[in-house]
Design a protein around this ligand. Structure first.
Ligand code: PL3
Ligand code: FE2
Ligand code: FE2
Length: 231
């Protein structure tokens, strides 16, 4: 299967609209979960409560902005597959929240999900329609801020969070790469290259690990371990 170039994309075709509906469902469900995760974090980190509530509200706006992108094309988000695909990551977040593992929660939402979002939206931007493009560009900037919050929090406590970050990355990365695998055909149908998306996600996540304090070889090993767990 080859990815159609932007000029070949027919945003009125059934194939495009069905794929867009499922991808839009992923985005809307992912943003909705991000909203819930930042609200839970705002309760666990009282010092940053207001900031985290603000980040949660941004996620809620992303969800409705992307619903608007679908509506503009006459497409409703298909959330069935999305809920199923996000369920293990959400369950992992709730498990870590109940265990009081703040670092684990921040790695899942603040690093894994946010790197996923930044990579996905960056690849969507060049194939986005004229209505969705400026919205997507604004969202990318917001997701960078979310990633930055988690990086700072984890970096300031690297010695105490290191082990937890490794353990959670080992569990969350295969789930995330699996989500991308399940979306490959739909991503291609809307003009995105799933292989390049995985490459960008891995690069961003590895860089995030280095930002919080991992030596580059250690960060590479975490990524390589996840890739091996997928095979
Ligand atoms: C974090 O703020 C939210 C995380 C949501 C991530 C959803 C990623 C979905 C993958 C495909 C994205 C393509 C963009 C299409 C936009 C309609
Ligand atoms: Fe978001
Ligand atoms: Fe975000």
């Amino acid at each position: 299967m080859t990815t159609p170039s932007t000029t070949q994309l027919d945003i009125t075709s059934t194939a495009y609209r069905n794929a867009y509906s499922r991808i839009n469902g992923m985005v809307v469900v992912g943003e909705g979960l991000a909203d819930r995760h930042f609200r839970l974090l705002s309760r666990s980190i009282p010092d940053d409560q207001q900031e985290l509530e603000r980040l949660a509200a941004m996620e809620g706006r992303h969800a409705s902005d992307f619903v608007g992108c679908g509506r503009n094309l006459g497409v409703k988000p298909d959330v069935g597959l999305a809920r199923q695909l996000f369920a293990p990551l959400h369950a992992l977040f709730l498990e870590r929240d109940r265990a009081g593992d703040l670092a684990g929660c921040l790695v899942i939402q603040g690093l894994v999900v946010e790197c996923f979002a930044v990579a996905a939206y960056r690849h969507y931007l060049p194939v986005a329609d004229a209505y969705a493009a400026p919205i997507t560009a604004a969202v990318i900037a917001d997701e960078g801020e979310h990633l930055g919050y988690a990086e700072r929090w984890l970096q300031e406590r690297f010695a105490t969070v290191e082990a937890s970050a490794v353990a959670i990355s080992r569990r969350a990365l295969p789930i995330t790469l699996g989500i991308l695998q399940s979306l490959a055909a739909d991503l291609q149908a809307i003009g995105m290259d799933p292989i390049e998306l995985v490459a960008s996600f891995s690069e961003l996540f590895q860089r995030a690990l280095e930002t919080i304090g991992f030596e580059p070889p250690a960060a590479r090993r975490i990524l390589a371990g996840a890739a091996a767990a997928m095979a």
